[in-house]
Design a protein around this ligand. Sequence first.
Ligand SMILES: Cc1cc2nc3c(=O)[nH]c(=O)nc-3n(C[C@H](O)[C@H](O)[C@H](O)COP(=O)(O)OP(=O)(O)OC[C@H]3O[C@@H](n4cnc5c(N)ncnc54)[C@H](O)[C@@H]3O)c2cc1C
Ligand SMILES: NC(=O)c1ccc[n+]([C@@H]2O[C@H](COP(=O)([O-])OP(=O)(O)OC[C@H]3O[C@@H](n4cnc5c(N)ncnc54)[C@H](OP(=O)(O)O)[C@@H]3O)[C@@H](O)[C@H]2O)c1
Length: 455
Amino acid sequence: MVSENACSKHVCVIGAGPSGIVAARELRKEGHTVVVLEQSHDIGGQWLYDSRIETEDALGKANPLKVHSSVYASLRLVSPREIMGFTDFPFLVKKGRDVRSFPGHKELYLYLRDFCDWFGLRELVRFNTRVEYVGMVDVSEFGKNMKWVVKSSERGEKVVVEEIYDAVVVATGHYSQPRLPTIKGMDEWRRRQIHSHVYRVPEPFANEVVIIVGSSLSGQDISLELVGVSKEVHLSAKSLEVPEGLSKVISKYDNLNFHPQIQSLNEDGCVTFVDGTSVVADSIIYCTGYSYSFPFLDTKGIVMVDDDRVGPLYEHTFPPSLAPSLSFIGIPRKIIGFPFFESQAKWIAQVLSGKRTLPPWDEMMKAIKEFYQSRDAAGIPKHNTHDICDFEYCDKYGENCGFPHLEDWRKELCLSALRSALINLETYRDTWDEQELLQMAHQSNHFTQLGPENV
Ligand SMILES: Cc1cc2nc3c(=O)[nH]c(=O)nc-3n(C[C@H](O)[C@H](O)[C@H](O)COP(=O)(O)OP(=O)(O)OC[C@H]3O[C@@H](n4cnc5c(N)ncnc54)[C@H](O)[C@@H]3O)c2cc1C
Ligand SMILES: NC(=O)c1ccc[n+]([C@@H]2O[C@H](COP(=O)([O-])OP(=O)(O)OC[C@H]3O[C@@H](n4cnc5c(N)ncnc54)[C@H](OP(=O)(O)O)[C@@H]3O)[C@@H](O)[C@H]2O)c1
């Protein structure tokens, strides 16, 4: 719903990753005053590569964590650069930089830096500032006129700064806090156990027998990297349905073996799988995913994380009882991230200014309940509540704030890359060839809008 009654709010955005910086841009555009609090020394979030993992707990059990980024040195984008860009700032090939269709992580960091420079966003960010606490100023005051107290501290300083904001946008990401399985004998196993959050380079695993737990993207990527240096790599998966691409690499490398789930770990280094087979290993790398975690957030129990379901959140964004003054960006997974974050930012900015209104509390709660019921009925585990995998949802979401539908070429390029990865896991990033679609993308307004000198 659109209304005429626009007003400006004092908004705190937590995090200067892709979600936080686009939030800052949209909030400022809508006339709000914005302060972005970022614990790191720079923007980029996950894309700000951090090699300092020696201080991090190997299984990442510490909360809060010391290192935010889980990105490893060799990581390349999973999708072509063309689909990544925010709607008004294409992810262009730049001379002297990583020009590949699926560039390494640094190129995406540089893109985000370019985005901040282009829109003058750095001045809105207070770096090296970690948010320690966010809570309501007056607990009895739910709804529109709520205020929030934000307590933060500068790196190396003991002083806690307390500020009051009209609204808080949480944009802290969710790929840092390891999600670990419970395996019999895990606490007694004395050899190396790490989570992929602290994996950076293959060298420490040279000539070792390594077990990789989890066969999704981190598990696949790290296994492929280790087959070149480790003695043996054993990939343990929950599902025995192996996609063609993974199956091809398993048959190609003699030192790469596939196993079902682990049954138990024994003190002598023996790892036993549920089919009764076993391997004596030097290291285990858990590539078992990440959990949502908001250690700073005190909502008096209104927003909870239950088995990775963050809720209740209307459209993964607004907790009905605290909306619109508390909101979240970047919770959904399995979407084309950056444009979706942008649409979330736009909607939040417009609701805060009064340009748009949210449905009444009971309608939002009903919609959330129906959504949960539909996920349960479809047999989707609770921990995958925020997996979207649906372009139509993203388009419909955008209609909340007049955000354009995803371009057809963006959707097609995304699907094409996903298909290629399933078939040619090892080589798809360098062999993928979609000239016609790419031409369509490059001729679209998205790529030409900044003028010929920027193409
Ligand atoms: C290994 C890996 C590979 C990935 N590959 C891809 C890919 O190929 N393509 C893709 O689209 N996505 C990929 N992703 C997903 C990636 O997380 C998103 O692209 C994107 O970074 C999400 O942006 P965000 O801003 O929501 O969160 P983040 O990038 O995580 O940024 C959150 C920011 O919040 C800050 N922060 C957190 N807590 C606090 C606090 N208490 N106080 C102050 N600041 C705080 C952090 O320091 C960080 O800067 C990958 C993720 C991982 C882990
Ligand atoms: N750019 C890239 O190339 C790249 C590389 C790595 C990661 N990423 C991104 O980073 C994010 C995280 O990816 P991720 O691979 O780290 O995590 P993930 O996608 O959450 O996958 C974790 C996997 O581990 C499985 N698992 C959990 N417990 C297990 C157990 N006990 N035994 C065997 N398997 C178990 C999970 O199965 P269930 O889900 O059934 O529990 C799931 O398949 C994703 O968004 C991904 O796209 C991108």
